[in-house]
Design a protein around this ligand. Structure first.
Ligand code: CDP
Length: 230
């Protein structure tokens, strides 16, 4: 079974996709982590995030290793170093949308993701999973939430890791990233026509996971399948 979970920043994709994978006994791939790892290395090498060729050199010269850890998600190794936490630092977040906008880089990373999809059942979360990486997925979910709620969630996530950022500043960052991700030329953030949109604004993590499991098991009638209310 292949399941695509897409949506904007902070809609809860990674948490939901990981738990869904756990409940269904499937592998889970956080595709954003791949773009983040390349961004981290580019920043370390002081590469201009607008320079596609230089970014391709970074992408093709690093050793990127993703370890599937059962229900704990993915561990990300960059040239042998565990960067699972460092790729979530605000500096990486601030530059990742610029890095991920380049076509050649996306083609390179999407090819790796397609290989993982070919190896068998998987839940993948990202921006273009239902539209580009796994257009043939059995289930496509598009998670939404208001910008205010997404900023609030991101703030608590950062606080848990000891990083404190102003809520207004976070809202602005999220708006900026949404804008860049959804207006870029190459595979922009977009709900696939056959994806099921779920508004998670007033739902807990457990409620969203249950809702998706119910949909997969076929006993939820309250579904928004068509149209685009993003
Ligand atoms: O978790 P969060 O929503 O903050 O972001 P992420 O899933 O870690 O993705 C970080 C960035 O990578 C996004 O803002 C996109 O620019 C890019 N990305 C993408 O272009 N395509 C994907 N499939 C996944 C992420």
């Amino acid at each position: 079974m292949k399941i695509a979970v897409d949506g904007p920043a902070g809609a809860g994709k990674s948490t939901i996709a990981r738990l869904l994978a756990k409940h269904l006994g499937l592998r889970y791939l956080d595709t954003g982590a791949m773009y983040r790892a390349i961004t981290l290395e580019a920043l370390r090498r002081e590469v201009d995030t607008g320079d596609e060729e230089a970014l391709m050199k970074v992408a093709t010269s690093v050793d990127l290793n993703i370890v599937f850890q059962g229900d704990k998600g993915n561990l990300i190794y960059l040239n042998g170093e565990d960067v699972t936490n460092s790729i979530r630092e605000p500096e990486v977040t601030a530059h990742v949308s610029a890095v991920s906008s380049h076509k050649k880089l996306r083609d390179f990373i999407v090819a790796l993701q397609e290989q993982i999809a070919k190896q068998g059942s998987v839940v993948m979360d990202g921006r273009d999973i239902g539209t580009v990486v796994m257009p043939d997925a059995d289930w496509k979910f598009f998670l939404q939430a208001t910008v205010e709620e997404r900023a609030r969630r991101r703030q608590s996530e950062l606080e848990r890791r000891g990083v404190s950022l102003d809520a207004g500043e976070l809202r602005e960052q999220i708006r900026r990233r949404d804008h860049l991700d959804s207006t870029r030329e190459n595979s922009p953030l977009r709900k696939a026509d056959d994806a099921i949109e779920v508004d998670t604004t007033s739902l807990s993590v457990a409620e969203v996971v249950q809702k998706l499991l119910d949909l997969i098991k076929g006993d939820d009638e309250d579904v928004h399948v068509c149209g685009n209310n993003s």
